[in-house]
Design a protein around this ligand. Structure first.
Ligand code: ADP
Ligand code: ZN
Ligand code: ZN
Length: 802
């Protein structure tokens, strides 16, 4: 007998282990590890993942697997092992780890279908009837006539594929294909029997004599310069037939990618690429930190490293921050590697993501460029993993499994014996410290490609402006430079750091600030629909006209949203053409790209936006970058706030003067003396690094210490407090004496969605027992978690401390 160890899709502590199921005889040959199956579980049927097969079980009466969901594994051996590793290191359930690795389409409601990939004649007899005049058939319908094992055989031969069609409005795209119903001999006969005048039909038949395969109708028409009426005639004669064929919804397909070729590397680039190439060549795992200012040629180094990997017949994963997955960035990879590239990011529909994932699984592509979750791309011969802008916080997932893509990449790199490149102009302190210690290999690109110096930055003290009577959000210097650019017809980027700087609504008489009734944060004012919104729970209400506290009518909107900046700007400089990019103007699909294209085409003088314009912009006419308030992020309750400020400001400054025209940058700030503002204005990463390291050391923060954050939340304040107290006590007792345990304290955001939040922060150098202790805590509170609405979130190496 064969027993399948199955992890069922019931995320709970009691079910976070494999259950034994008997494989029924008719499925013996079929079930493999990494496949999903339907199994009976209690009174119902649930989905599960086969983790491994064994020949015996310690249980006597086993239930049987009901049916397979996949005919080829969706997770390979490496990913199954990786899930085990993830569940240990991030303290998540196995099932969450499995699901994190799959495209959402495999979790959604779907229709299972069998799809014909090869010519109909190639598959075995019973399928001929099934696929008569269609190329897809519902799974259930197919099973009426053919056996599961015969389907699986054809799937293995590559003739059929099982697909999961998501049942949503976003239906897949189909195109009409034409094929010949006749074989060569019959076609010749048909040709001879044609009417002498039927020249057009003759051409078409001759075409199919030469190319006996199906072709998209549109292409056939244009190639033969013929009409659909001609084709229709031949279909009526029974010579040709048409079928609807699914097109991969490749969102980049319609675009032309200008082919690019490897550039001759500079001396600096040659020096950094040598050890990378050596590591690829020798199949040795090594982590490289590629530290180079923006425009120093890092991407070209990535491209040529990937090229080497592809020539060895291996594959590459490139991670870029979600926000940087702009067409510009994608073009660089598609331009070099063409249709060897799949792209995965959150802007794609569920179906599109699934298509891209299938290209990887079916080995149709060798490179994937994507956001965080692309780290799980099911490649089997990985030759390199590249993480661009490695300091970005989007690489850390905030929900379970709370993994960091960097850790996963290193784990996979060890398995595949391949190098990892972490690239950044402003590496995270953790990575730079590791490079200093020799854990990572530091590679440096010091010069910008165009040899332009980094743009000079001027700091404007906004307190001074106020003192001298300027109440506007624009300093006089910035306005002066803006006007100058308008005259010169050069472009400006204005950056508004919105994070932690929402436009709140306040009563001027009593100082009351409108707050979310469910969360401990102020509501954000959205002018375009005149609503106040909570950014945590989505609560919204019409903008208050009367103060709920004192009934005053003097309500004011504070803070500066992009919209407000735009208004003021158009008042001061009515002649300036402004494009605003923020969450509101880019929520529609493709809007982001459209706005950027307009700006690139010179349809505007000023691009005004939030974080989302900080990256990837590379336009030759940008010569001025203005940061409206450089210090807003400094005041967040987060030990990384200086680091994040430094990174962001450095990144933004890099947008100016990337080409021939020289650029300049202005930082407006209320705290000009702060070292992260001062040092980012000098683009002095090294000095910032040593200053910040001293502070981290004195406060026992990373990279000197590791941290783990436990957040407890409950609707009742007393419950949240008492559980956090107990946890803190246990942690103190069980961990080493030199480990620092802080808490219990209220979280910086002390209430979200009506739940009170308390936390306990653990700082440690080495703590071999940590995972065991944390796991036992989770186990201990399991009852409260499942029945009493208690939530305990454990984040090992958190990025957000809120
Ligand atoms: P980064 O990724 O560090 O920002 P890029 O790789 O984008 O830098 O390089 C900046 C610019 O320099 C790009 O326009 C790129 O095409 C160009 N470039 C890079 N390497 C070379 C090279 N070896 N020779 C000529 N131009 C190069
Ligand atoms: Zn009031
Ligand atoms: Zn809320």
């Amino acid at each position: 007998m064969t027993v399948a160890k199955v992890i069922v899709d019931v995320p709970a502590k009691q079910t976070d282990r494999p259950f034994d199921y008997l494989i029924p005889e008719h499925l013996e040959e079929m079930i493999q590890p990494g496949m999903r199956v339907i199994v009976p579980f209690g009174p119902r049927k649930v989905q599960g993942f086969v983790e491994r097969l064994e020949s015996e079980s310690s249980f006597s009466s086993l239930r049987k697997i009901s049916e397979p969901m996949d005919l080829v594994p969706v997770l390979n051996k490496e990913l199954l092992d990786l899930a085990e590793w993830l569940s240990i290191h991030t303290l998540c359930y196995k099932i969450s780890a499995f699901q994190a690795m799959l495209p959402p389409a495999l979790k959604a409601k779907y229709q299972r279908k069998i799809k014909l990939l090869a010519a109909k004649e190639v598959v075995s007899e019973p399928f001929h009837f099934l696929f008569h005049e269609r190329s897809e058939i519902l799974w259930e319908d197919a099973l009426q006539t053919v056996s599961l094992s015969s389907i699986q055989k054809e799937v293995k031969n590559g003739n059929l594929e099982v697909i999961y069609e998501v049942q949503s409005r976003a239906n897949k795209k189909k195109v009409k294909h034409i094929y010949s119903r006749l074989d060569e001999h019959e076609l010749k006969t048909a040709l001879e029997s044609l009417n002498k005048q039927a020249n057009k039909q003759r051409t078409v038949i001759e075409y199919f004599l030469k190319h006996n395969q199906s072709i998209e109708q549109r292409l056939l028409l244009s190639e033969l310069n013929t009409s659909s009426a001609v084709i229709k005639g031949l279909i009526e004669k029974g010579i040709l037939a048409e079928q609807e064929v699914e097109m991969y919804r490749d969102p980049y397909k319609e675009r032309e990618f200008e082919k690019t070729f490897p550039l001759k590397l500079t001396d600096e680039q040659t020096k950094v690429i040598q050890p990378i190439h050596a590591s690829i060549h020798n199949k040795e795992h090594e982590v490289f930190l590629l530290y180079g200012v923006t425009g120093s040629g890092k991407t070209e180094v990535y491209l040529q490293s990937i090229d080497k990997v592809l020539k060895k017949g291996e594959e590459a994963i490139v991670l870029v921050p979600e926000i940087a997955l702009t067409p510009q960035m994608v073009n660089r990879f598609k331009g070099r590697f063409g249709d060897k590239v799949a792209v995965l990011h959150s802007g794609l529909s569920v179906g599109e993501k699934y298509d891209e994932w299938r290209k990887i699984q079916r080995k149709e592509v060798q490179v994937v460029v994507g956001a965080r979750s692309a780290i799980f791309a099911p490649f089997e011969n990985l030759g390199i993993i590249i993480i661009d802008e490695e300091h970005e916080m989007t690489y850390k997932q905030e929900e379970n499994p709370k993994y960091h893509a960097k850790d996963v990449s290193i784990k996979r790199g060890m398995t595949h014996n391949c190098p990892i490149i972490l690239g950044s102009a402003t590496p995270s302190l953790e990575s730079f410290a590791r490079a200093q210690k020799g854990v990572y290999t530091l590679l440096t690109l010091q010069k910008r490609m165009n040899n332009n110096p980094l743009p000079p930055v001027e700091i404007v003290d906004m307190r001074e402006e106020l003192r001298e009577g300027n109440r506007s959000m624009f300093s006089r210097l910035l306005l002066e430079k803006l006007a100058d650019r308008l005259v010169k017809k050069e472009q400006t980027v204005l950056f508004l750091n919105k994070r932690g700087h929402s436009s709140f609504v306040m009563c001027r008489d009593c100082g009351y600030v409108m707050k979310c009734p469910h969360c401990d944060i102020s509501l954000t004012y959205h002018q375009y629909n005149n609503l106040m919104k909570c950014h945590y729970c989505g609560y919204e209400e019409p903008t208050a006209k009367i103060c709920p506290e004192c009934s005053s009518e003097h309500i004011r909107y504070f803070g500066t949203g992009t919209q407000k900046v735009e208004e003021e700007l158009t008042k001061i400089m009515p002649e300036a053409r402004v494009i605003r990019m923020d969450v509101d103007t880019t929520s529609r699909k493709g809007a982001h790209e459209k706005l950027l294209n307009q700006f690139q085409d010179g349809k505007a003088d000023i691009l005004l936006g939030t974080q989302m314009i900080a990256k990837g912009l590379d336009f030759p006419r940008i010569t001025l970058v203005g940061v409206l308030s450089a210090d807003t992020m400094l005041h967040l309750p987060d030990f990384r706030s200086s680091e994040k400020t430094f990174q962001l400001l450095t990144q933004v400054s890099g947008r100016a003067g990337r080409h021939e025209l020289e650029g300049e940058v202005i930082f407006q700030t209320y705290t000009p003396e702060h070292y992260s503002i001062e040092l980012s204005s000098q683009q002095d990463y090294d000095l910032f690094y040593s200053r910040e390291m001293m502070i981290r050391k004195s406060h026992s923060y990373p990279p000197y210490y590791y941290i783990t954050l436990i957040t407890v939340s409950h609707e009742q304040l007393t419950k949240a407090v008492s559980v956090t107290e107990q946890i803190t006590k246990v942690v103190r007792q069980k961990l080493l004496p030199n480990t620092v345990v802080l808490g219990p304290v209220a979280s910086p955001i002390s209430r979200i969605k009506n739940r009170y939040r308390y936390q306990c922060l653990i700082k440690y150098k080495q703590e071999p027992n940590l995972k065991t202790v944390l796991k036992s805590i989770l186990d201990h509170y399991q009852g409260d978690i499942s029945s009493n609405g208690l939530q305990i979130s454990i984040d090992v190496n958190p990025f957000l401390l809120m």
